[in-house]
Write a protein that binds this ligand. Structure first.
Ligand SMILES: *[C@@H]1O[C@H](CO)[C@@H](O)[C@H](O)[C@H]1NC(C)=O
Ligand SMILES: *[C@@H]1O[C@H](CO)[C@@H](O)[C@H](O)[C@H]1NC(C)=O
Ligand SMILES: *[C@@H]1O[C@H](CO)[C@@H](O)[C@H](O)[C@H]1NC(C)=O
Length: 401
């Protein structure tokens, strides 16, 4: 009986499994015939993250007579990883498109993802490891990866493409960086940008402010442990296996589309859903989600609000310091859409566009892009990635390599 059940499972699971479901970012890149390198950056507070680099595209072209390929650095969103830029076929995924367009492509990661589970002294099973939020991603993970890449490639500056939380960490970084550091970012391309929210988004706003603060105190004290928030990989990959089988693809695709809010727009390739589910979601910390809840409450980016007493010790003031995006002078270009339910058009216009000063140079309001279409949509190649490639060519032509 048991053998029969196993046999049925074998039949159901064995067919239609895509190879990328079992490959990590670097192996997927080499599976498609691209050169790949893995690099490791250890932050000042002891976390080691892996970056993947595609130093050259398939046809080895160099652009505009530049002696070295200009660097384009990608940073993923919340619950994501560098795999976010590899989810579709090479002609449809940002990482390969930029490599083939002549750039030196670097895919960054933050701590807590499967490429950032290594610390010099903390174990991922302990509460200390998960004691981080958005600010640590910005101040350590992002800053130090950018500095590493510039140092390694001997470039003065690079082009940056962020998605969602990958834009928030750059807004936060630029807001507190001096002019010299900001000049490292030649153009900041912000996809589904976020630096605060005008309207509530469930479940982020369910908590009253004092409950939210109480939870943050508990988290900081390690009382409920500062747990990772994750779907254990074993379950996620079983689910992906289940979705792989021809019988269930339809069901999974329907469920995924409803969950991601993309039911009406049809930009996602259903056949890729098992692959998407085997690389998403990655883990984050409870504290990071609580920090995001504060961003909803305050409608702006601030350091984590630790409560008055702890704020005085940590920041020398009662309130958590604001991260003023008005300070940004690095050239910033926004890509957003009315159909993005997560980083709403209103948030982009009322918060980012109103508060930003001279740094904001262009913005594009796209038709029918959901939040995940910026990384998964089949129209992203023509409507987002290629326009960015040409925008960078223009910049290089105007101001040199
Ligand atoms: C963890 O990071 C150290 C450097 O801090 C490195 O030597 C080691 O290989 C890394 N381990 C893993 C599993 O990535
Ligand atoms: C988490 O970090 C904060 C400082 O950033 C510290 O006050 C707190 O004790 C830490 N908690 C744990 C459990 O490590
Ligand atoms: C959708 O994904 C499948 C599986 O990877 C691939 O074979 C197919 O060409 C893709 N379709 C489109 C329209 O890109």
């Amino acid at each position: 009986m048991r053998t029969a059940v196993n046999f049925i499972f074998f039949i159901v699971f064995a067919f239609g499994k895509e190879i990328e479901e079992t490959l990590d970012a670097a192996d997927t890149i080499s599976h498609y015939g691209y050169t790949v390198e893995k690099h490791y950056v250890t932050t000042d507070d002891g976390y080691t993250v892996q970056l993947q680099r595609i130093p050259v595209g398939r046809d080895d072209r160099s652009i505009l007579g530049c002696s070295k390929r200009p660097v384009v650095f990608f940073m993923h969103g919340l619950f994501g990883s560098s795999y976010h830029f590899l989810l579709n076929l090479p002609s449809q995924s940002a990482a390969y498109i930029f490599a083939d367009a002549g750039f030196d492509v670097w895919l960054g990661n933050i701590r807590g993802t499967e490429y950032g589970l290594n610390h010099t002294s903390f174990s991922t099973n302990g509460v200390n490891f998960w004691n981080f939020s958005l600010y640590e991603h910005s101040h350590y993970d992002l800053r130090q990866q950018i500095e590493y890449v510039l140092d390694y490639t001997r470039h003065e500056s690079l082009f940056y493409v962020g998605h969602s939380q990958g834009t928030a960490v750059m807004f936060a970084r630029l807001a507190e960086a001096d002019v010299t550091w900001q000049s490292k970012i030649r153009v900041f391309f912000a996809l589904g940008p976020t630096a605060g929210f005008m309207k509530p988004l469930m479940p982020f706003t369910l908590l009253e402010e004092n409950y939210l603060q109480a939870l943050i105190q508990f988290a900081l004290d390690g009382k409920f442990g500062i747990l990772p928030v994750e779907i254990p990989r074993a379950i996620a990959s079983k689910f992906a296996d289940f979705c792989s089988s021809k019988f269930f693809t339809f069901l999974c695709s329907a469920g995924f589309k409803v969950a991601a809010g993309i039911e009406t727009l049809g930009q996602v390739n259903d056949s890729r859903i098992p692959i998407i589910l085997s690389h998403f979601p990655s883990a984050t910390s409870t504290l990071n989600l609580l920090h995001w809840m504060q961003i909803f409450k305050y409608h702006e980016l601030r350091r984590l609000d630790l409560g008055t007493a702890r704020n005085l010790i940590a920041y020398g003031q009662k309130d958590a310091p604001r991260l003023e995006i008005g300070n940004i002078i690095a050239q910033t270009i926004l890509y957003f859409s009315k159909d993005d339910q997560i980083t709403d058009e209103v948030d982009v216009r009322e918060i980012i566009m109103k508060q930003m000063g001279p740094g904001l140079i262009e913005s594009y309001d796209l038709d029918h892009f959901t939040h995940f279409d910026f990384i998964l949509g089949l129209r992203a190649t023509d409507e987002v990635y290629k326009p960015i490639v040409y925008r960078i060519y223009k910049e290089l032509k105007k101001k040199g390599c």
